[in-house]
Design a protein around this ligand. Structure first.
Ligand SMILES: [Cu+2]
Ligand SMILES: [Zn+2]
Length: 183
């Protein structure tokens, strides 16, 4: 009886030490990829799918957005609330701005973390997205983490200058950045 108790305790000790190993590994790798299903807002026909991957210090965003006008340019941002429920996308709130900066373009010295610039549609109204950003992260614990925020596509181009959001017009598509498995 005494022996059995000891081996039970050993098992508990082993499991406890194993789980303390497993938890940190999980938290490092869990948020390395995310996907976004963009749904039409403000009575648009815009929709799309994006895959987001953390590669070292860069975040890659790839995918396709359709239902845009031919050869048009559209503001493309991360907004602060992961909430696309409003018909006009207003539930997503303002640009994601954890560092409290002014609006700008992604190449500028200072800008919102959510300022991803513009996307361009081809003659068929489809935008092929293939972008890289150094100021974003998918690491949940970091201030600039875009997990569970929203991506918004606008009706007009972002002028990368007007405050607070680049005068980019209506919100024509919205999708939440949700953690996914790396493919
Ligand atoms: Cu926006
Ligand atoms: Zn902005």
């Amino acid at each position: 009886m005494k022996k059995r108790t000891l081996s039970y305790l050993k098992k508990v000790a082993l499991l406890t030490s194993l789980s303390s190993l497993i938890v940190p590994i999980h938290s490092v790798y869990a948020a390395q990829a995310a996907s976004v299903k963009l749904e039409a807002k403000s009575n648009s026909k815009t929709k799309g799918q994006l895959e987001i991957v953390q590669k070292g210090k860069e975040v890659l965003i790839k995918g396709e957005i359709s239902g845009l006008g031919p050869n048009t340019v559209h503001g493309f941002h991360v907004h602060e609330n992961g909430d696309c429920s409003a018909k006009d996308g207003s539930s997503a709130g303002g640009h994601f701005n954890p560092m409290d900066k002014n609006h700008g373009g992604p190449e500028m010295d200072k800008h919102h973390v959510g300022d991803l610039g513009n996307i361009r549609a081809n003659k068929n109204g489809k935008a092929l997205i293939d972008k890289k950003y150094k100021f974003l992260t998918l690491e949940e614990a970091k201030k600039a983490s875009i997990l569970n925020k929203a991506i918004i596509v606008h009706s007009k181009a972002d002028d990368l200058e007007s405050q607070p959001s680049g005068d980019a017009g209506k919100r024509i598509a919205c999708g939440i950045i949700k953690e996914s498995k790396i493919k």
